[in-house]
Design a protein around this ligand. Structure first.
Ligand code: RIB
Ligand code: CA
Length: 319
């Protein structure tokens, strides 16, 4: 049985990722921890509780940090809507979040269970603070699967920085340099190789019609909450398409057999505050022309997953 914790800034793609994780057989979701990001902390927490109710699974939700370590808070309501779920009038939740802070919950749960895999779907502020507060405990994690980062030119927020990293570069630097196995699921995995639409993992009109035909409560929820994402895609590409970065991270974490290509690299985060602030700087070369340059890979970057298998996983989660 795989044991996971998911840290999320619960926007619409996070919510789909949560439905996938909560319905995955032989996977136990021990907890959700929420963080500011797409929307503010209160809304991210509300959306996480709603997602658990839609999934029909009772999982403790621990609210975490409401702002980044150093920089000012940014958000992505222009992508996910003001409520983070497409402003589609999703009601709820009936359930309540836990009183314990996410950072404390991460430490307590990881101290108690062996071999936990941590999936991060938002800014890394909670995780970085848990690492600072209890490094020996966080080193017990089996691995971290992080939706975050992008290669040069693929990023969305700036040409070089993807949202989850840009929202708290200092936290990302702590997490990427912490030293436990980290699998990076970059933004380009849900975009085609050069940022164009049409990635194998992008849901097209046919995929959306197939989901509509399912007629289940979860399928209707998905179609409701992606309205903002669809609008955003249409502005960029002028047609129907749905890029789902967080579901890609959950697919990589829970069905690694879907990974078609991954490579080791040394990844550092630019925290200089200059134009490249929040860039994931990828070095795969080891030494270059510089003599005796020290090189050690700290990250495995996933660069391709099986689109068909990914879409099948989403459909299974919506049954
Ligand atoms: O850049 C994509 C990431 O930023 C996703 O996690 C999305 O939910 C937003 O948090
Ligand atoms: Ca997210």
């Amino acid at each position: 049985m795989r044991k996971i914790i998911i840290d999320t800034d619960t926007g619409s793609d996070d919510a789909i990722a949560l439905l996938m994780a909560l319905s995955e057989k032989d996977t136990e979701v021990l907890a959700l921890t929420t963080v500011f990001g797409n929307v503010n902390l209160a809304q991210a927490t509300r959306n996480a509780l709603i997602s658990c109710e839609v999934a029909g699974v009772n999982v403790p939700v621990y609210p975490g940090m409401d702002r980044p370590l150093v920089r000012e808070r940014i958000e992505a309501i222009h992508v996910h809507g003001n409520d983070g779920l497409g402003d589609a009038g999703v009601l709820g939740p009936k359930s309540k979040a836990e009183n314990k802070h996410a950072v404390t919950a991460l430490i307590d749960i990881i101290a108690k269970h062996d071999d936990i895999e941590l999936i991060t779907l938002g800014p890394l502020t909670n995780v970085a603070l848990a690492m600072r507060k209890a490094p020996e405990v966080l080193k017990r994690l089996k691995k971290i699967i992080c939706m975050g980062g992008a290669q040069l030119g693929y990023a969305a927020e700036t040409e070089v920085a993807e949202f989850n990293i840009l929202a708290d570069p200092e936290a990302a630097k702590i997490v990427f340099e912490f030293g436990i196995p980290l699998v990076m699921v970059p933004l380009e995995l849900c975009l085609n190789g050069d940022g164009r639409k049409g990635a194998e993992t992008m849901l097209d009109e046919q995929d959306l019609n197939a989901i509509k035909a399912m007629g289940t409560h979860k399928a209707e929820f998905l179609l409701k909450i992606v309205s903002s994402l669809l609008k955003f895609h249409e502005i960029y590409y002028g047609d129907v398409g749905l890029e789902l970065p967080d579901p890609c991270a959950v697919a990589v974490a829970l069905r690694p057999e879907l990974i078609l290509n991954a490579y080791s690299a040394n990844v550092t985060i630019d925290t200089s505050g200059s134009l490249s602030y929040g860039q994931t700087v990828v070095n795969t070369k080891g030494g270059t022309v510089l003599e005796d340059q020290i090189y050690s890979a700290n990250v495995s970057i996933v660069s391709a997953i099986d689109g068909k298998g990914f879409k099948a996983m989403i459909q299974e989660a919506l049954q």
